[in-house]
Design a protein around this ligand. Structure first.
Ligand SMILES: [Zn+2]
Length: 101
């Protein structure tokens, strides 16, 4: 499974997947760009009281990931001990949530 972002070829800028026009040149011709899925943990927290749709997963770790391409994402983390600066990699997208390990 791959992780993608929106890309404006005119400005050479990346945006989160939910953007529909470039914030700089307002071009609506954003392309889908595949990312390498690698990033570094910027921050993290453990969720004990989860929203209903994720309740069966609790407790689980939520991380802010700085992707190598420069975007910052919120994701769920499945793996060993977490630390700020830890290298993580995209694993899958489940119910609209990014999962890293
Ligand atoms: Zn642009």
């Amino acid at each position: 499974m791959t992780i993608t972002a929106k890309y404006c070829a005119e400005c050479d800028r990346l945006y989160h997947f939910d953007k529909y026009h470039c914030m700089v040149c307002f071009s609506k011709n954003l392309e889908e760009k595949e990312l390498n899925g690698r990033g570094e943990v910027y921050s993290f927290t453990k969720i004990h009281a989860a929203p209903k749709r994720f309740a069966t997963l609790a407790p689980y770790n939520i991380i802010l990931v700085d992707l190598e391409e420069g975007l910052r994402l919120t994701a769920r983390y499945e793996g060993d001990e977490l630390a700020i600066g830890k290298q993580v990699i995209f694993s899958e997208k489940v119910d609209g949530a990014y999962v890293f390990r």
